[in-house]
Write a protein that binds this ligand. Sequence first.
Ligand code: ATR
Length: 263
Amino acid sequence: TRLYCVFGNPVRHSKGPLIHNEAFKDKGINAVYLAFEVQDAAKAVQAVRTLGIQGASVTIPFKESIMAHIDWIDPLARAIGAVNTIVNEDGVLKGYNTDCQAAVAPLVPFGISGKTVCIVGAGGAARAVAHGIAAQNGDIIITNRTEQKGLALAERINARFIPADEMATIQADVVINTTSIGMAPKADKISFPPDALTSDMVVMDVVYTPLKTALLEAAEQKGCTTIDGLSMFIAQAAAQFELWTGIIPDTDLMRNIVINDKR
Ligand code: ATR
């Protein structure tokens, strides 16, 4: 039996074990995935080495601090400045960031190259999304409440910055909310002005509690194509699964197990 895990803090509500164990079973892989709430990134990495854990997901608050303790970091993860996936290759721990694929994978059917993609937010999630979109030659606009942070991210990836109070003027093909705005219990808050949405747009949200955020609700009413946060979450997990096993998991199966989970 091969061993995989997630470490973070808190990690109790992680859907990782649910979806990865289901995918292992579905693909006939003899492996198990566990969640560990840890205090210290260095000790967690040491445990991966000592126990021969084959792969690990890394979540809040360790995505940055973990980087100092592993053996090799993928260039894209280094550019993002965060690792969310460890692959143990015969004792060599390699770090990747699949959060950027979470933004890219659901957009592939619509095309990204040459499209104008507006990213709302400038935190860690925005950084991963922005690098993923930039790697696919999307034309990026960053908007953020705090101008300084938004400008800094825009500069880093050669994108335009538009201040939050001018959001209504933004014309984009794709809008991606990377902030926590709209997350329960403040689910009535909206991260982008509905008046700036038009039916030809694709609108994505990283928030998935609720599954249909106020932004996605407004987008649906305008006739936009919508991609919810669960699709993005599943996409980053599917990319991890592929790094670990070389097998592409059934993302519909992963999604359904989360939606039907009553715990
Ligand atoms: P993460 O790593 O999850 O992206 P983060 O680094 O704390 O989290 O970044 C959170 C992002 O959401 C930031 O862009 C933040 O805006 P600021 O840079 O102005 O702080 C944005 N954000 C969070 N709550 C917000 C709110 N109520 N209104 C506007 N922006 C918000």
